[in-house]
Design a protein around this ligand. Structure first.
Ligand code: ATP
Ligand code: MG
Length: 689
């Protein structure tokens, strides 16, 4: 092969090269598994493999790359282009090759379903509900089934949705799901079944799909053998990163597309499985080789290129305690004298002050804010730090947690767009109708019932039965809706039109309308980067960007900003310096995940994931007490905590322990310097005598 000897391959170690070269030149290479520890180059090997396939003639349009987030997919696309650019300087067109089919399972599922909807009896104009919309719809169904008021102990909408979702994603019978994961709801099995039937019927009547449906319908589509063969053929090569966090439904889809595994490459690390709570199972990756005959080829990588040796040693010590573990040897050639730090602070406020001081000091040393990350177990744990960063004017971006698109006013506008697209979408319609002056829940329901009864395309919006007081506003709004719904409504001009109407309503809806208007303007800028309304809605619903990040298609130019992220959202990434907040029992392991050793092990892996994000500097902060926000009627309170159980006394040798703020000067230094410090302190106080 002309490129096989290129210098870019020499940068890979032999095991990585083996994975990159596996079956190259063969039409349908046999299945391949790369299973290896953190930072061993799994993701970069995958990027090299994609590039190598393209270099050897694979059509980029027929490569399907599945990643855990859209951000990861974009990053992978950039890497592939970079490698191609270098590997084939003589063929510049190669660097332009872009992966059309890279994204999350849900995102790709949505696109395939739109493409083939007609063939499985699905209306291609379906809208997609995010989790909150789904919970609202579940709630409507629950009310209609009379399950909320008569029996007060019946599970809340969020729990109902979680149970439903677990059953769908694991494929397990409801009774089993209840038994294993929601035992306190087991008595409601029959009622839940009835509720889920009503929920599914409501989704069908309104032509909406929830997140789980994107996988469920995809799997259903793959059960049609003609379609499965077609889609399997469309994608010559299917590559999956972070395979340890896929669920049974996702594995089913994959194996239906590639029954003999030919063209299939999966990559992952069982020690980093952190999504069992959402139905993911590590069995997918462990059972992968034996699923095929002959078994899939397995490549393991042992050298960690990311972290210094002391950081890796500490992380290895944490994961070594896991009860179920497939031991891997992981080593690093990056020597360093600096052990990770275990920093004791008094409370949340000191923790925030400490982080700010360290972040700024490192920036002085030349480590950009973007190369530093602060990680935490729960999104709410960074509240104090966010305040402190804002006060000190330090820019930051937050991943995982309440996002821009979850703000009420942003949801209003999105609901308007969704309803424009699909008048039968009740959750969106309910939200939009009540934005109008004079329309409450009762009249909104009446309008929606009326619309549902009308044949599609003959809705006669202006003639809907709204209360007299709302008539004038309604006539104007109905005209707007008609314009937005017109087939030739231009994008993003139609978005501007919708925004202008909404901004007129805002002062009546929100006291702080002026502040919120900035977000609407931001949303308009994001909208303008999408080719159509449908694409905009689909992608935003599936993978919402955060308000300030450059992934929103809003480059922050050269601006530097600190990264704040939940541990879950940090997976796959790396930074030069990483600070982990609240490394105490009750936070990690979280006090809601200490019911079983299985849950505790998942928390341990989560800490391992957090620690292995660091390249050069790692700090774990241990507050002596931390703040708990009201749970189970206990109200907000301080609790005293101890260092996480995942770092035992025997492991302390891996860390440098210190407390912050440092002890006062009289306790430090030589006798002379101590005396000088005391003198200075006395003098400064003396100024005020
Ligand atoms: P994780 O388990 O966290 O997802 P990973 O196994 O996917 O990690 P990568 O993110 O691909 O690891 O790589 C970690 C770091 O090591 C990256 O900075 C990457 O560029 C670097 N790296 C990988 N392979 C090599 C190599 N052969 N030579 C030099 N650097 C490498
Ligand atoms: Mg990776």
């Amino acid at each position: 092969a002309p490129h096989a000897a290129s210098a870019w391959l020499d940068e890979l170690n032999p095991a990585q090269r083996e994975a990159v070269m596996h079956g190259i030149g063969v039409d349908a290479p046999s299945p391949l598994l790369i299973i290896a520890g953190a930072g061993s180059g799994k993701t970069s090997t995958l990027a090299h493999r994609v590039a190598n396939l393209i270099l050897h003639g694979a059509d980029p349009a027929r490569i399907l790359l599945l990643t855990f987030s859209r951000r990861a997919a974009d990053e992978m696309g950039r890497r592939v282009r970079r490698i191609l650019g270098r590997a084939a300087a003589e063929h510049p067109w190669l660097a332009q090759a872009s992966l059309e089919w890279s994204g999350t399972f849900h995102g790709i599922g949505a696109r395939l379903l739109r493409e083939h909807a007609g063939r499985i009896g699905l209306d291609p104009a379906f809208t997609i509900h995010d989790r909150e919309d789904s919970a609202d719809l579940m709630n409507l169904a629950r009310h209609e089934a009379g399950l909320s008021t008569r029996e007060r102990r019946f599970p809340l909408k969020g729990t109902c949705l979680a149970i439903y979702s677990a059953a769908v994603n694991t494929g397990a019978p409801l009774a089993e799901v209840l038994q294993s994961t929601f035992p306190w709801c087991a008595e409601w099995e029959a009622e839940l079944k009835a509720l889920f039937r009503a929920y599914v019927a409501a989704k069908q009547a309104q032509q909406v799909l929830d997140y789980d449906d994107l996988l469920l319908y995809w799997a259903h589509m793959m059960a049609e053998s003609a379609l499965a063969a077609e889609v399997g053929e469309q994608f010559r090569h299917v590559l999956v990163d972070e395979y340890q966090d896929t669920n049974p439904l996702q594995a089913r889809i994959l194996l239906a597309m590639k029954p003999d595994g030919r063209g299939l490459t999966v990559v992952g690390d069982d020690a980093q499985a952190i999504y069992a709570f959402r139905g993911a199972t590590v069995r997918n990756i462990l059972d992968f080789p034996a699923h095929f005959d002959p078994p899939a080829q397995r490549v393991t990588l042992e050298r960690n290129y990311r972290s210094t040796q002391p950081i890796l040693a500490a992380a290895n010590a944490v994961i070594a305690q896991a009860s179920e573990r497939y031991a891997k040897e992981l080593w690093s050639a990056r020597e360093s004298d600096a052990r990770p730090q275990l920093v004791s602070v008094r409370d949340d406020a000191e923790q925030a002050a400490f982080v700010v001081e360290r972040v700024l000091a490192r920036r002085e040393e030349g480590i950009k804010l973007k190369q530093q990350a602060v990680l935490f177990r729960a999104a709410s744990h960074s509240a104090r730090l966010e305040m402190e960063l804002t006060r000190r004017n330090i820019p930051f971006v937050k991943f995982g947690g309440l996002k821009f698109l979850e703000a009420a006013h942003v949801k209003d506008v999105l609901a308007l767009l969704r309803w424009t697209e699909n008048l039968r979408d009740r959750v969106s319609g309910f939200r939009v109708l009540q934005l109008l002056a004079g329309i409450g829940p009762k009249s909104a329901a009446r309008v929606l019932d009326n619309l549902a009864a009308a044949p599609a395309g003959c809705e006669l919006l202006a003639e809907q039965p709204v209360p007299e007081a709302a008539r004038a506003g309604w006539t104007e709004f109905a005209a707007l809706l008609d314009r937005l719904r017109a087939a030739d409504a231009a994008w993003p001009a139609s978005f501007e039109l919708a925004c202008r109407w909404y901004e007129g309503e805002m002062p009546r809806l929100y006291d702080d309308a002026a502040v919120r208007q900035g977000d609407i303007a931001q949303l308009a800028r994001i909208a303008a980067t999408y080719p159509s309304r449908q694409r905009f809605l689909t992608e935003l619903t599936l993978d919402p960007p955060s308000a300030t990040s450059d992934e929103a298609g809003m480059p922050l130019l050269d601006e530097d900003y600190l990264i704040l992220s939940t541990m879950h959202s940090a997976k796959g990434q790396e930074w030069r310096a990483v600070t982990v907040l609240n490394v105490v029992d009750g936070c990690i392991p979280s006090d809601i995940a200490t019911r079983s050793s299985v849950e505790i092990d998942e928390e341990r892996r989560l800490l391992y994931v957090a620690m292995t994000r660091a390249k050069d500097h790692l700090e774990l902060v241990v507050p002596q007490r931390f703040y708990v926000t009201g749970q189970q009627g206990l109200g907000d309170r301080h609790v005293y905590a101890g260092r996480t159980r995942f770092i035992s006394n025997r492991m302390l040798g891996h860390f440098e322990q210190r407390s912050w703020p440092p002890p006062p000067p009289e306790l430090r230094g030589t006798p002379d310097s101590r005396q000088a410090a005391l003198d200075l302190a006395a003098k400064m106080r003396g100024m005020w005598d």
